[in-house]
Design a protein around this ligand. Sequence first.
Ligand code: PRT
Ligand code: MG
Length: 214
Amino acid sequence: MNGITIALSKGRIFEETLPLLAAAGIVPDENPDTSRKLIIQTSRPDVRVVVVRASDVPTYVQHGAADLGVAGRDVLIEHGGAGLYQPLDLNIARCRMMVAVPEGFDYAHAVRQGARLKVATKYLRIAREHFAAKGVHVDLIKLYGSMELAPLAGLADAIVDLVSTGSTLKANRLVAVEHVLDISSRLIVNQAALKLKRESLAPILDAFTAAVRP
Ligand code: PRT
Ligand code: MG
């Protein structure tokens, strides 16, 4: 493919990437939140957007099915980053990775006692490294969504999940007890494309760099 393909997920990443794309003179013809199209043309005939699941963005870029993509630090850590160049923190879709437990659960006590904690999460690698670094023994339970339910239903003692406003935790009577990581989204580039398409990619990278807000 001669043009440039950009992999984005719909929702917050698409929305928050729009101003950066605009800075590079790229305006998508449609919004994936209202359109069912998975390939979206743009104001530039040489640039198209493919709409994929957030956790699939690194895979498309790694294999060169997309030249560029935007993915959360959470997604990139879980993916591992093979084949990806990560030149730029876009400082968008910001949130925090947290450990949360039901209101009233004495987390500090459980950890002090050396109890084996059951932790449900979508983010196995991040959770494993976090608890290993603290020397806390955990049994990790992999989930694909709705982590908040796990402690309420008796599946786990704690969860590791993303928090932005905190309203999801609050609505489910959970409290954040530990900060794991600050999260934002990054521009990712296929390593081969960066060499082979340098002339067309460089101006986009420069425009993104200039448009990133601190
Ligand atoms: O939904 P899908 O399974 O396709 O993928 P996804 O959930 O990973 O995609 P999406 O679009 O929801 O998230 C894309 C990226 O946005 C993530 O990889 C994060 O880097 C980033 N991001 C920023 C967030 C949030 N903020 C966020 N609040 N991702 C998810 N959430 C969820 C969180 O998991 C929890 O369920 O929102 C809920 C908490 O929000 P508050 O505001 O109630 O605290
Ligand atoms: Mg989601």
